[in-house]
Design a protein. Structure first.
Length: 251
């Protein structure tokens, strides 16, 4: 694994979208079949067994577990995956969470032929980033941009005006055909595109003032897992590793 240098290639790329139904979180696997290495974005603790089995079944080595931000609605699977595979963890420096690698805006992540550019997209939290894969025309938007929605801005360091600016300046400036893969969906939608969201997102087709007003009046409930998820995710879930032995699940 190397940071900052990227190899441009569309060959040997494998991609999987995985779902956790309890937190409605998407985890993404990006692999280079030639190098037999892969990355997981936003793994969920309760789904580590599934993800670990899949990675092994595909004959891949997990090298990097990336988080888009310090999640409040689930405990990251990063710590457990590190224990199982020896992979490195990464999160933005601005998140304030612990990891092996601290990412900064515009930084390039390279693994085999996979190249991801870090785009700082704060507003849901200060440390939110999106990961843009130009070669594959895809972007992982975390909780900044959701399908026909966006991440809430009423806890952690949420700020609707900052979120609006992030989405307009960093995501809506990507090529319109770029496919959007968010960290969550609560209605069964799986992906969108930048152009679709620019046209149809009911919050983001509004002015900044109207957007701020909408976001400040969502009256959402207190996140169920926040009190255990935030302390756990500050250390990338390192202290939340089940005692269960996964040896038998390795294929
Ligand atoms: Fe979040």
């Amino acid at each position: 694994m190397a940071l900052k240098t990227c190899v441009n290639s569309k060959n040997h790329f494998i991609f999987r979208q995985l779902f956790d139904s309890l937190s409605c979180t998407y985890t993404y696997l990006l692999g280079d079949l030639n190098k037999k290495e892969c990355i997981l974005i936003d793994p969920v603790l309760e789904q580590v067994k599934r993800d670990f089995s899949l990675v092994n079944e595909l004959g891949l080595k997990l090298c990097l577990a990336l988080n888009t931000h310090m999640h409040a609605d689930h405990i990251t699977g990063t710590g457990y995956l590190k224990k199982l595979t020896g992979c490195k963890s990464a999160i933005s420096k601005a998140s304030g969470a612990q990891a092996d690698i601290y990412l900064e805006d515009e930084e390039q992540i390279s693994l085999g032929n996979i190249c991801l550019k870090v785009l700082s997209t704060p507003g849901h939290t200060n440390g939110c980033v999106s990961y843009y894969c130009k070669d594959q025309h895809i972007v992982f938007t975390g909780d900044a941009l959701l399908i026909r929605g966006c991440g809430r801005t009423d806890f952690q360091e949420g700020d609707p005006a900052i979120l609006y600016k992030s989405i307009y300046s960093r995501l809506f400036t990507l090529p319109p055909e770029t496919v959007v893969y968010p960290a969550h969906d609560y209605r069964g939608m799986m992906s969108s595109t930048i152009s679709e969201e620019m046209k149809y997102n009911p919050r983001l087709t509004k002015s900044l003032e109207k957007f701020v007003d909408i976001m400040n009046n969502l009256n959402l409930g207190y996140p169920k897992q926040i009190d255990k998820a935030l302390p756990a995710n500050r250390s990338c879930g390192l202290h939340y590793i089940p005692k269960e032995n996964l040896q038998n699940t390795v294929l």
